[in-house]
Design a protein. Structure first.
Length: 328
C-alpha cells in the first residue's frame, strides 16, 4: 500500500469529519423517530407535574409521542443526574428549575454540573411573595423590617427547605435590610409551611405566589406584602414589588424550563424550542398555568433561556457561598 502524504492524511481526516457531520445532521433532520421522555425530577403529584405534564400533552401533537417520567429524590438532583448521563439525541429531556440547574450544582456538588446541560426553553416564571400572619403589625415590607429590627430574634420565616430559592431570597432580604435577626424554619413542603402560617405557628412565609395564597389573603387569613419580581403580577396587581417597597436590589424570578444534555445538536434543540413555542401560544395552556399563579413564556428561545440561567447563577452564587451552603 502506498504511503500517504501529510496533506493527504489531513484531507482524509477532514473528509471523515465531514461525513460524521452529515450523519449527525441527517439524524437531526429525521428527529424524532421514537418517543421523547421528559424527566420530572420530583415525586408525582407536585408542582413539577402541574408544569411538565401539560407541556407533554401539547407536544404530542407537535412531535409525536411524548411522555413524562417522575424521577424524584435529593431535591431534584437524582432526576437531573439521570438526564445528564443520557445520550445527547433529544430523546431524554429535563424539566429543570433554579434548584436543579443553579443551587444544587453550586451548593452540593452532585453527580452532575450545570455545564452538563444546555437550555432549550423557559416554560413558566414565578414570583416569590412575602406573606405574614395578621398578628404581625405590618402592612408593607418596610413596616415588617422596622418590626423585625425592634424585636430581634422574635420573628421566623418558613420555606419549603434549606437551599431553595425561597430560603436564599429570605437571606438576601435579611442582608439587604441591614442584617435582620430572623430565624429560618425549613419545611418538607410548602403546604405544611402554609398551614403553620395560617395557624400562627410561624409569622412569615416566603412562598411561590399561588391562587391559593391569594384566596387566603382575600379571606383575611394571611397578608401578602410584596412580590420578588421586577414588576407587579398581572394576576395580582394590588401587591407591590419589593423594589417598590424600598428594596431596589431584592429581585428574584423563579422558573421551570426544558434542558437537554450538553452535546445535543443545535438542530434538535431548535426543533424542540420552536415546537414548544407553538404549544405555549395555546390559550388553554396559558390559562392552565395562570390558574396556578404561574406566568407562561410564549417567546422563549435557547439563547434567551440560557441568559436567564446564567443571571440566576450570578445572583445566587455569592449568597450560597456566604451562608455556608457551598461545599468543598
Amino acid at each position: 500500500m502506498p504511503l500517504l502524504s501529510r496533506r493527504q492524511l489531513i484531507g482524509a481526516a477532514a473528509g471523515a469529519g465531514g461525513l460524521a457531520a452529515v450523519s449527525r445532521n441527517a439524524r437531526a433532520a429525521d428527529y424524532p423517530t421514537r418517543r421523547i421522555r421528559l424527566v420530572i425530577p420530583y415525586a408525582a403529584g407536585g408542582a413539577g407535574d402541574q408544569i411538565g405534564r401539560p407541556w407533554v400533552d401539547g407536544m404530542s401533537s407537535q412531535l409525536g409521542p411524548v411522555y413524562a417520567e417522575n424521577i424524584g429524590g435529593a431535591g431534584g438532583a437524582i432526576g437531573a443526574a439521570a438526564v445528564a448521563r443520557e445520550k445527547p439525541d433529544g430523546y431524554s429531556l429535563l424539566l429543570g428549575n433554579g434548584s436543579t440547574q443553579v443551587i444544587i450544582p453550586l451548593a452540593e456538588r452532585p453527580a452532575y454540573s450545570a455545564g452538563d446541560f444546555r437550555a432549550i426553553y423557559r416554560l413558566v416564571s414565578s414570583a416569590l411573595v412575602f406573606a405574614i400572619h395578621p398578628s404581625v403589625p405590618a402592612q408593607d415590607l418596610q413596616a415588617l423590617i422596622a418590626y423585625a429590627k425592634a424585636n430581634p430574634g422574635k420573628l421566623s420565616y418558613g420555606t419549603p427547605g434549606v437551599g431553595t430559592g425561597n430560603h436564599l431570597v429570605g437571606e438576601i432580604f435579611k442582608r439587604q435590610a441591614g442584617g435582620l435577626d430572623i430565624v429560618h424554619i425549613p419545611y418538607r413542603g410548602i403546604a405544611l409551611a402554609t398551614n403553620d402560617l395560617v395557624s400562627g405557628q410561624i409569622p412569615l412565609l416566603i412562598a411561590v405566589m399561588s391562587v391559593h395564597l391569594q384566596q387566603l389573603s382575600r379571606a383575611g387569613a394571611i397578608r401578602l406584602l410584596a412580590v420578588s419580581t421586577d414588576t407587579r403580577l398581572p394576576g395580582a396587581p394590588e401587591i407591590p414589588t419589593a423594589v417598590e417597597s424600598g428594596m431596589p436590589d431584592l429581585r428574584y424570578e423563579g422558573w421551570f424550563g426544558l434542558f437537554a444534555p450538553l452535546l445535543t445538536p443545535d438542530s434538535i434543540v431548535d426543533r424542540i424550542a420552536l415546537s414548544t413555542r407553538a404549544v405555549m401560544a395555546e390559550p388553554a395552556l396559558q390559562a392552565a398555568y395562570r390558574s396556578q399563579g404561574l406566568e407562561p413564556d410564549s417567546r422563549s428561545s435557547p439563547a434567551q433561556f440560557q441568559r436567564i440561567v446564567d443571571a440566576t447563577s450570578a445572583s445566587l452564587g455569592p449568597v450560597i457561598k456566604s451562608i455556608g451552603l457551598k461545599s468543598g
